[in-house]
Design a protein around this ligand. Structure first.
Ligand code: PGA
Length: 248
């Protein structure tokens, strides 16, 4: 079954999340895809309450890279888990760029997420300049190796990689299916080289970046991906349920 992760980013008050879930639930076909809603921290508890028993999972969009309480304004893994989330997005490009999150910080966050029994959705991807200078494979390899440094192979069962070219996020521009397939091959090869062939085959890889109702059917035909990460197009419940419906 394909996995569809919705990233609400910094959108929706709790009232809006409640309306959204109420609209989504009657239209949601359980067997169509495995859904993870990554809501703002403020809406995790409410979402858990409303979604309990529906099969829809909840994710956070970030986690603190420290566990020691001396990080005013941050939220750590045990708090996220205790609110009812099972997933957390780590390394989204908006955080890498705006909040200067580098490979070392992302690696720390992943380890803390796993320690707190949270599954990680690790975002990686190249800029347009990197794509145009044919650096995509090199960038992907570095980002992956930095992020996964020091992990045991069995921990990869709790990691989902989201390939999100930065130039495709929120722009309406997307790579060709063949380009996605090729980059995902590179991702699987890096994991295979660093862990094992089996790990490279088994790891879940998603595509993200301007996924919408119109392109979901063609993206879902790409053979070596396990699903999609949807940002802007997930914000409207009707739209999102249509995306789920169109998945192949
Ligand atoms: P988008 O965002 O679907 O709006 O391009 C994807 C993301 O930021 O994860």
């Amino acid at each position: 079954m394909k996995k569809i992760v919705a990233n609400f980013k910094m959108n929706k008050t709790n009232n809006e999340v409640k309306d959204y879930i109420m609209k989504l639930l009657p239209k949601y076909e359980k067997d169509k895809a495995e859904i993870v809603l990554c809501v703002p921290f403020t809406a995790i508890t409410l979402s858990k309450f409303l979604l309990d028993g529906t099969g829809i999972n909840i994710g956070a969009q970030n986690i603190c890279d420290e566990d020691d309480g001396k990080s005013t304004g941050e939220i750590c893994g045990s708090m996220i888990k205790n609110c009812g989330a099972d997933y957390v997005i780590v390394g989204h490009s908006e955080r890498r760029v705006k909040f200067k999150e580098n490979g070392r910080i992302i690696n720390k966050k992943i380890k803390l997420a796993l320690k707190n029994r949270l599954k990680v959705i690790l975002c990686i991807g190249e800029t347009l300049a990197e794509k145009n200078t044919l650096k995509t494979n090199e960038v992907i390899k570095t980002q992956l190796e930095d992020a996964l440094k020091g992990l045991y192979e069995n921990e990869l069962d709790n990691i989902v990689i989201a390939y999100e070219p930065i130039w495709a996020i929120g722009t309406g521009k997307t790579p060709l299916a063949k380009e996605i397939e090729n980059t995902v091959k590179v991702i699987r090869k890096v994991v295979a080289d660093d862990f094992s062939d089996k790990a490279g085959e088994k790891i879940e890889v998603l595509y993200g970046g301007s996924v919408d109702v119109k392109n979901i059917a063609s993206f879902s035909k790409i053979k070596n991906i396990n699903g999609m990460l949807v940002g802007g197009a997930s914000l409207d419940a009707d739209n999102f349920s249509q995306i789920i419906k169109n998945i192949r």
